[in-house]
Design a protein around this ligand. Structure first.
Ligand SMILES: [Cu+2]
Length: 663
């Protein structure tokens, strides 16, 4: 073949792949658009599949011979599945089973056409909540949909991310055919001090990160092994907790206290949020004493579960079902404990150690109607989308975080040999201005509303105030004895508590926020490592809005051109929102430790790690890129700070974060 022919052939391949991606994107958009309405006739292929496809007799198109599809079809025919127009909660055992049946079907589709036709078919027959969950999980994990960008959930199921007042206004707008843009307030009033940090717990980006984290790392996952899943459960939630405390300190509030099963739950919560179907989310008053929850757990079960886990930590081993022991007094212990506490399918002994985290979410969610007397739907704590709104979420996670800390504090402190890295000396780190501000963010409410082919849609949006920061850079000046790849870890930690008492090194290290971890080749001699906030490996950029996604995809499909957005960059929804990289700080400047720690590049698992969101979310389908424990070198007790003070490869300084009222 002549080179021109080769190039032409390659171009055809590239164009086909691009067209293929655009087509897949369009299918996923259409499956999720107007999720509570039937597939419209304008989506001819999907509508046709929904009506004529027969998943129970298509064995050759599924990698399991069609077993999962036949099973689900049988359940539907036997009228065993949850009706449509009903709430769905992943923590409801039967509802979860049904959603997972669909995940099973989709993940066994041998080709995309089967994926598409199965999804269309079951979309019309299953509960909408179950369908959305299953489709999101399947798109996240299926190799057939590698480049598909999932639309932001806050625009697919807006009810779960906004409040009833906004939804009511949206309905009125549609009824009166008047476009509207409504200002979404945070719940509660300033009489409630917790409201000062509602901008964080109710941030739709945080909610979105949290729900995606649990889709990337489902507790029920029994497919291909996910690396360090238990440790990531610890780390992602530890970071959420530490970040929440930094926001609290920025607002003159004390760090969050942990939950106690035998004390009343100090803060109540009135969600002001409604299900699309199922009425209002239940409200919990202040100082509610815990009640046993019928069919879920008694409070003494929770206390027993906790003490079994803490016994394991004290013993330094977990007892497996067969009576053998797994030693946890080592750097892998945290991974085992994460699996145990959540608990996931990876738990070595769920019968004995229970499911502390999942049960706690259910128990907290049901406190408004613990005996089912009032037929209340699940509480906000029973959905990953809504859980962080409730101050009880952070109390619960502080409680579990302290259990993890008990284990970490038992491990031997790092030695000088483990911490030092003779090759590099950090001479100086200059950090640009760190400042934050609030801005308005609009999102689309179209999917909150029912639609018919006869009534015109009107544009309905909400806007919400959200925290952002000015982009910043920092330069790390180093001197290296020889050229080598190095690991750079950047941490931020509050310097003072709410009474302006300085945190000691052990308090500060546990309150630390991972800003970035990255690898870079350094030359021998003096050099400067330049890094910018937008490079951070813990954060993701804003999601592409659903209307834009639909518009750009339809255009690409119509023109046979590639998608205009970078699918790889936007494919994952897991990741701390980039704009929340910095805590709010204060008007006069709030003091933080800004630490840079450099160690050998041998800490890296992969030869090459592209910048992304691996810090809190790992690398999809690959090993976590950092060999060291998450949080290293501050994850263990520090008996004597002089050891850290003497390290040439650690640079620590105080910086200020300014909150700008008028930016
Ligand atoms: Cu979570």
């Amino acid at each position: 073949m002549k080179w021109t022919a080769v190039v032409a052939a390659l171009l055809v391949v590239v164009a086909t792949v691009a067209a293929d991606d655009a087509h897949k994107q369009q299918v996923v958009n259409r499956l999720l658009n107007r999720i509570t309405c039937h597939i419209p006739s304008a989506y001819a292929e999907l509508k046709n599949a929904a009506e004529t496809y027969d998943p129970a007799h298509d064995d050759s198109h599924y990698t399991d011979g069609g077993e999962a599809a036949r099973h689900l079809v049988q359940e539907i025919n036997d009228h065993r599945v949850l009706e449509q127009h009903h709430w769905f909660s992943l923590f409801n055992t039967r509802q979860r089973e049904e959603a997972l049946m669909l995940v099973d079907v989709l993940l066994h589709a041998a080709d995309f056409a089967t994926f598409e036709h199965s999804a269309a078919y079951f979309r019309e027959k299953m509960n909408e909540g179950e369908f959305v969950y299953a489709l999101y999980v399947a798109v996240t994990h299926s190799p057939l949909t590698d480049h598909v960008v999932l639309p932001p959930l806050y625009e697919v199921t807006p009810h779960m991310f906004t409040n009833s007042e906004i939804i009511n206004k949206a309905y009125t707008a549609k009824m009166t055919q008047t476009p509207g843009d409504f200002n979404m307030e945070f719940t509660g009033t300033s009489k409630n001090e917790e409201q000062r940090v509602a901008y964080f717990g109710e941030d739709i980006g945080i909610n979105s990160h949290h729900v995606h984290w649990h889709m990337d790392f489902p507790f029920w996952w029994n497919g291909e092994h996910i690396d360090r899943k238990g440790e990531l459960f610890f780390w992602a939630h530890h970071q959420l907790t530490a970040r929440f405390d930094a926001e609290r300190l920025s607002n003159w509030l004390s760090p969050v206290d942990e939950l106690h099963w035998d004390h009343p739950i100090k803060d109540g919560f009135a969600p002001h949020t409604s299900y699309k179907f199922g009425g209002e989310f239940p409200t919990r008053p202040d100082n509610k004493a815990f009640d046993d929850v019928d069919g879920v757990a008694r409070m003494r079960d929770m206390i027993i579960t906790e003490s079994r886990i803490r016994d394991a930590i004290a013993h330094g081993y977990v007892e497996k079902e067969d009576g053998t022991h797994v030693n946890i007094d080592n750097e892998h212990g945290i991974d085992v404990l994460g699996d145990l506490i959540e608990s996931s399918v990876y738990s070595p002994n769920a019968a004995y150690y229970g499911a502390l985290h999942n049960q706690a979410h259910r128990v907290l969610g049901a406190q408004a109607d613990p005996h089912g007397k009032f037929n209340m739907p699940p509480g906000v704590m029973e959905h990953f989308e809504t859980a962080t709104r409730d101050p009880a979420f952070f109390r619960l996670h502080k409680y579990m975080d302290n259990i993890f800390k008990e284990h970490k504090d038992k491990l031997h402190p790092y030695t000088k040999e483990e911490l030092q890295y003779a090759n590099v000396q950090i001479t100086e780190v200059d950090v640009g201005e760190l400042s934050t501000y609030f801005e308005d963010f609009p999102f689309d409410l179209g999917n909150a509303l029912d639609t018919t082919e006869t009534v015109e849609d009107v544009k309905v949006t909400a806007h919400v105030s959200r925290l952002n920061h000015k982009p910043f850079t920092y330069n790390i000046h180093i001197n290296a004895n020889h050229a080598e790849k190095v690991t750079v870890r950047v941490l931020l930690a509050p310097k003072f508590d709410e009474n302006h008492v300085a945190l000691d090194i052990n308090q500060a290290r546990w309150a630390g926020i991972e800003l970035d971890t990255f690898w870079v080749d350094v030359p021998a001699g003096d050099s400067v490592i330049e890094r910018s906030s937008s490079d951070s490996n813990v954060a993701i950029p804003d999601r592409i809005s659903f209307p834009t996604l639909i518009h750009d995809t339809d255009e690409a499909v119509a023109n046979g051109s590639p998608l205009s957005f970078e699918t790889d960059h936007h494919a994952r929804g897991c990741g701390h929102p980039q704009r929340l990289l910095l805590p709010k700080g204060t008007t006069n400047g709030m003091d933080f430790h800004f630490d840079v720690y450099i160690s050998t590049g041998e800490d890296s698992v992969h030869d090459n790690v592209e910048d992304g969101n691996h810090g809190y979310c790992g690398m999809h389908g690959q090993k976590y890129p950092d060999k060291k424990p998450m949080g290293f070198p501050y994850d263990r007790h520090i008996p004597d700070r002089r050891l850290y003070d003497g390290l040439k490869n650690l640079h620590t300084q105080t910086v200020k974060i300014f909150f700008r009222e008028d930016h």
